[in-house]
Design a protein around this ligand. Structure first.
Ligand SMILES: [Zn+2]
Length: 238
């Protein structure tokens, strides 16, 4: 006799199949029919600004980050998806960004496991979405970096740690600031209030100068974290 979970699984598949026939998945970029599970058609996926080299080169500004990767460049399409998630609560956009980050992170982890030169840097034990200040969470209703971290966390069976590290300063947006102003703006913005493992991965939507990620990494290292990965969806400014 079939198990209960097998029957539920089968029923869920039938429900999804029927829902897909009645409401076929639509690509959020061209409104054409999407054949993927992420509301994006194959053509629009290919047209995204995929980076050839996933590794982010910010040697001067990412001093406290051991490895930094980003799958996309920040062009107008990437900006549309990120802003749609952040400012218009479009969670489907978050699923797309999360899926793309997870693909990149899976490649990174597979490469790290097979490359003996990277043995000194361990694979992260948890994922920390870059924290938002409580006033921003109240205004937006959610932290977009947590949405972006979700699929990578699931695929890699890593916990999302969103309690032990907080943003204690409501900083100005970094976009219009110079590098020096950015450094000053985020200085002292984060605090660790719980225990963290030896190696963590930070997740964010955009990296420009790296000032925010490096400030967070500095705070975590002062609190005893030894290795820091940064997994960012898009890199701007290249
Ligand atoms: Zn499309």
């Amino acid at each position: 006799m079939e198990s209960l979970s097998g029957i539920i699984n089968y029923n869920n598949k039938i429900t999804t199949l029927v829902a897909n026939i009645i409401y076929p998945p639509t690509c959020v970029l061209c409104y054409g029919q999407s054949k993927t599970a992420i509301d994006l058609c194959a053509e629009c996926y290919v047209d995204l600004p995929h980076r050839q080299n996933l590794h982010c080169q910010r040697p001067n500004s990412l001093k406290e980050v051991n490895r930094c990767i980003a799958p996309l460049n920040y062009n107008s399409t990437a900006a549309y998806l990120i802003k749609g998630l952040k400012y218009h609560n479009r969670l489907a956009y978050g699923r797309i960004l999360s899926h793309i980050l997870a693909e990149c992170v899976t490649k990174e982890v597979t490469w790290m496991q097979s490359n003996t030169n990277t043995q000194a840097i361990p694979i992260p034990q948890c994922i920390i979405p870059v924290p938002l200040h409580s006033s921003k969470i109240k205004e937006r209703g959610f932290n977009q970096t947590q949405e972006i971290a979700r699929i990578a966390a699931k695929m890699l069976h890593l916990p999302i740690e969103n309690k032990s590290c907080v943003r204690i300063l409501a900083t100005k947006p970094q976009a219009r600031l110079t590098y020096t102003q950015r450094l000053r703006n985020v200085s002292g913005a984060f605090a660790v209030i719980g225990s963290l493992p030896k190696c963590v991965a930070l997740v964010d939507d955009v990296i420009t100068t790296g000032a925010t990620i490096n400030e967070l990494a500095t705070t975590l290292k002062k609190a005893g974290v030894q290795y820091i990965h940064a997994w960012i969806v898009t890199q701007a400014g290249d």
